[in-house]
Design a protein around this ligand. Structure first.
Ligand code: FES
Ligand SMILES: [Fe+2]
Length: 388
């Protein structure tokens, strides 16, 4: 029998969907439009509420050309501001830390209350008639959802309750709100466009080949998939009955159920992977959870920013299990960085035309369709002349 007929398996030949054209993964105008039209109007995690537990604690995040800082006020509230001084625009805070009492600009020393109001400036008499109330730090729209502070920089996206729908209830047994950071938030530069890193997270078709360790421990999450029309998706990987041949994986498989007795039985035997378009991933394990967001840093480069969180638990066995999970995940992340870099390299070849997508890549297709909807030029096989 001819191989073509085998391949077609008797099904009618309908054209399979394709990925975005290669030029969209390395063009500065695409990156600019993606930021303006897709990332700015979406919800971005800044930190966990317990990452800023004390008055004055803050976390700043760089989002495209913007920087946002989230601060715990003296009254214990959480506020989000543009991290831009109202005097001459200097960036005020970096990374994470504590501002004792007030937020002070490092340039000329304007200082702001933790709630944003301008308190004072050196040589105040040199600003005759200045109305301080007009120069508070500019607020950013924020929302707290399952223990995380999210911000959005433009438009009015649907609320996070609407976006996450029933999926949020799946987090309840893990009590994200009560979790503490297992370490500081990390950022890691990857040599690929942000869309390649996101494409990679959105499909698990690559797991059996690309992540042999994960595949030894888990079933791929092809079966237990949930896909909401709001851009949230979830896949579940179940522990295999058969133990892995590698000691760290085997030990994790054996121990994790025992140390997470607080969870319903079904939650003790799985790793669940959630995504929210355009750029957020949330991984839920019996012993901890993590989030990461993929942020563009110009065409062909991105930053992965994230952190891990867990319920306070001093038991030695839990510490070992968390150590093992972190070790396994670091390996997965190294594998993903390696694979994504190779895609970026391949896309640079003029010979590449987007290949067909599997049904197992349907979340990625949804991501590409969002990009096509918001940036219609992305449908074109070549960069439009006006993009040059
Ligand atoms: S720019 Fe901040 S005090 Fe001048
Ligand atoms: Fe992966």
């Amino acid at each position: 029998m001819n191989s073509c007929a085998d391949w077609n398996d008797g099904a009618p030949r309908i054209p399979l969907p394709r990925a975005l054209p290669a030029w969209t993964y390395s063009h500065p105008e695409m990156t600019r439009l993606e930021y303006e039209r897709i990332l700015k109007p979406s919800w971005q995690i800044v930190c966990h509420v317990n990452s800023i537990a004390k008055p004055g604690d803050y976390v700043a995040v760089e989002l495209g050309s913007d920087s946002v800082v989230v601060v715990r006020t003296a009254q214990g509230a959480i506020r989000a501001f543009h991290n831009v001084c109202r005097h001459r625009g200097a960036r005020i805070l970096d990374g994470a830390g504590n501002c004792p009492g007030a937020i002070t600009c490092p340039y000329h020393g304007w200082s702001y209350k933790l709630s944003g109001e301008l308190i004072g400036m050196p040589a105040r008499e040199s600003f005759p008639g200045l109305d301080r109330s007009q120069f508070a730090l500019k607020p950013v729209t924020s929302q707290i959802m399952f223990g995380f502070v999210f911000v959005t920089l433009s438009g009015t996206p649907p609320s996070l309750e609407q976006i996450w729908g029933n999926c949020a209830a799946e987090f309840a047994p893990h009590r994200f709100e009560e979790m503490m950071p297992l370490g500081p938030l990390y950022t890691e530069e990857w040599d690929c466009d942000w869309k390649i890193a996101m494409d990679n997270y959105l499909e698990s078709y690559h797991v059996p080949i690309g992540h042999p360790g994960l595949f030894r421990m888990f079933t791929p999450d092809y079966e237990d998939q949930l896909n909401l029309p709001t851009g949230v998706a979830r896949g579940i990987s179940w522990f295999r009955e058969r133990l892995s041949s590698r000691w760290s994986e085997r030990m994790y498989q054996q121990w994790v159920g025992r140390v997470s007795q607080n969870l319903p039985e079904s939650h003790r035997r799985r790793w669940s992977f959630y995504s929210m378009l355009p750029n957020l991933g949330i991984d839920v394990f019996p012993d901890q959870m993590d989030f990461f967001q993929v942020l563009p840093r110009g065409p062909g480069k991105c930053v992965i920013r994230g952190g891990s969180f867990a319920l306070p638990d001093d038991r030695r066995e839990m510490k070992i299990v968390r150590y093992l999970a972190t070790r396994i995940n670091r390996q997965v992340q190294r594998e993903d960085a390696f694979l994504c870099r190779r895609v970026q390299e391949g896309l640079a070849s003029g010979s590449y035309e987007p290949g067909p997508l599997s049904r197992l890549e349907n979340c990625m297709l949804e991501f590409h369709n969002l990009l096509r909807e918001k940036i219609p030029e992305a449908r074109s096989p070549h960069a439009p002349a006006r993009f040059m």
